[in-house]
Structures are given as C-alpha cells and as structure tokens.
Design a protein around this ligand. Structure first.
Ligand code: UDP
Length: 313
C-alpha cells in the first residue's frame, strides 16, 4: 500500500484529489484538515472507503504520520477566505510547509507543494512562464497569501538543497468545478449562484481583467502525472492551468446565457491589487508531464459546475 497524506483534504481541490487517489486500490489515503474552509460533505464518498482516514488537525501543528507521498494543499485560497485572517494565512503557508517538509524528510516521502499563479502577482509578463519572477506587492491585502506561498516555495527548494528532501512544486491557476464552496467568494461560484437565484452578477471593476479557468479534473490529472510519472529530479515549479483567457465580462455573459438569468450584472469596486491579466503558459507541463494539457473547455466545465450548484441550492 502506498501511504498518502493530503493536507487540506476536505477542501475543494484536496477532496477531489482524495477521491481520485482512492480509485487506485494500491493507495491508503489520510486527509488532514482543520475545517477552517474545508467541508466534511466533500468527503462523503471517501469516508465510505476502508482505505481512507480523516484527521481533524491544523497543518500548523506538527504531526507524525508515516507516509510515502504528501500533497500539501492546506490553505484558505479564495481572496475573501485568505483575507479574513491574513496572519493565519501566512502562518498556514509557512508553518504548514515546514511541518510537511520535516515529515517528508523523516520518512523519505515526496512532498508536493500546492503553490499558485498568485506568485506572479500582477504580472508584467504575459502569459506567465515559470521563469518569470513575478510582480507582488509585499504589504498589500493579497500579500499574506502571495508572499506566504512564495516563501513556501523557497522553503521547499532549501529543504531539497540542504537535506535532499524530495519535492515537487506546482503552481495552480484559477480552478473551478464540483466541491467548490458556494460561499467562498470566488468569481465562478459567485456568478453561478447569483445567476441560479436570478440575482445580478457582481462584476468587480469594469470586468476587463482576465483569468484562465481550469476544470478541476484537468488539474487532478496534472497533479497525478507530476507526482507519479514525472522524472524524479523534476521538481518544478510547473504551471497547471488552462491557457484559455477570458475577461470577467465574458464569463458573466457565458454564465448568464447558460442559466437563462434575466437579472443582468452590476459593477462593484475592484479590490486592491487585483491582477489585471492572468494566463497560464503550460509548455513546461506539456513537455514534462507526458503531453498534459487541459481536456475540458470552459463551456463544458461550466455546464458540469452549474449542475453541481443546482443540486446545492
Ligand atoms: N470577481 C468578480 N466578481 C466576483 C468575484 C470576483 O468580478 O463576484 C473578479 C475578481 O475581482 C478577479 C476575478 O474575478 O478579478 C477572479 O477572482 P477570484 O476571487 O475568483 O480569484 P483570483 O484570481 O482573484 O484569486
């Protein structure tokens, strides 16, 4: 049995990953989560498996769990969630990755760090390639997350150089799909919930800012390829995202058309430091992860996600 630890296992990405890992009968999966933003209902299916265990704990506290693989996904990730307690967010990034790196070093396990496109900040290079070092405000309202995740990457590479710890670092671009928290304040969930309730869609700023949206199944496929099938010395960082680029107005129009909402949109103030443009360059992932590229376009992914949210409200 391969012993796998998933921190943030009750979260959106963590719980999708746990389900995928359990589909392999050779895996024993332990999910660790403090349920700060994670939700037990995400683990309903996993909890039926005798190869699954849930531990309610904070990744900031050291644990001793023998394991072969660690996926370190624990951290509030939507801007409203990570800005609720910025100091807690930075601590989660830093103490969390240190605890997991210590564990990986002790058991000679491979640690995958869930980093983010936020390390590029408000980028001057477009699309974003891994070699671009980013443009991050280090004292703004997003810096708790951006700098926390940047320092976490730095710790991964230092543990690797100093102690030989086995690491893999992925940079996740905006991801959406089933198991998203309807209240986490992200644009995809907000728009869909608002449209299903026939309330106006809240577009921040003029809506010309862009993002690339990745369906969660594509991300999970990239994660598994990175952990299990990439060269052992391929540490990353590697971007995992969908290179399709959309403005928030385009997204609002798409969601409106798909749901038949008649409430239109309203503009709200743009939060500070909101990145203007974002688009994943995935050439490295494509080359290193067996030709990986997203298979599910926004049109199809939104249909599936709307179905999921319909079932919730
Ligand atoms: N946004 C929006 N309406 C919302 C929520 C977000 O227009 O109800 C915008 C937000 O300002 C940003 C983009 O959508 O430009 C993506 O926001 P999200 O919080 O999903 O993720 P981010 O990429 O900013 O971390």
């Amino acid at each position: 049995m391969k012993r796998i630890l998933v921190t943030g296992g009750a979260g959106f990405i963590g719980s999708n990953l746990c389900e995928r890992l359990l589909a392999d009968p050779g895996n024993y999966v332990t999910a660790l989560d403090n349920l700060y933003t994670g939700r037990m209902e995400n683990l309903e299916k996993c909890l039926k498996s005798d190869r699954f265990e849930f531990i309610e704990a904070d990744v900031c506290d050291p644990v001793n769990i023998p394991c072969d693989r660690i996926y370190n996904a624990a951290c509030p990730a939507s801007p409203p969630a990570y800005q609720k307690s910025p100091t807690k967010t930075t601590k989660t990034c830093i103490f969390g990755v240190i605890n997991m790196l210590e564990l990986a070093t002790k058991y000679n396990a491979t640690l995958m760090q869930f980093s983010t496109s936020e390390v590029y900040g408000d980028p001057e290079v477009h699309p974003q390639v891994e070699s671009y070092r980013g443009c991050v405000n280090c004292h703004g309202i997003r810096s708790c997350y951006d700098e926390g995740k940047r320092c976490a990457e730095s710790l991964c590479f230092d543990y690797n150089r100093e102690f030989g710890t086995k690491i893999k670092v992925i940079r996740i671009f905006n991801t959406y799909g089933p198991k998203m928290d309807p209240d986490d304040g992200r644009v995809v969930s907000n728009f869909i919930i608002q449209a299903l309730k026939n309330e106006p869609l809240t577009v921040y700023g003029d809506g010309t800012q862009t993002r690339s949206f990745q369906y969660v199944d594509d991300l999970i496929e990239g994660i598994i390829r990175m952990m299990e099938y990439s060269r052992s010395d391929f540490t990353g960082p590697v971007n995992l995202g969908n290179p399709g680029e959309f403005t928030m107005l385009e997204l609002a129009n798409l969601v409106t058309a798909k749901t038949g909402s008649t409430a239109g949109i309203i503009h709200m103030p743009l939060p500070s430091d909101d990145p203007t443009r974002r688009k994943a360059d995935i050439s490295l992932a494509n080359a290193e992860l067996g030709g990986w590229s997203p298979a599910i376009c926004l049109d199809e992914g939104l249909d599936r996600t709307i179905e999921y949210f319909r079932g919730l409200i």
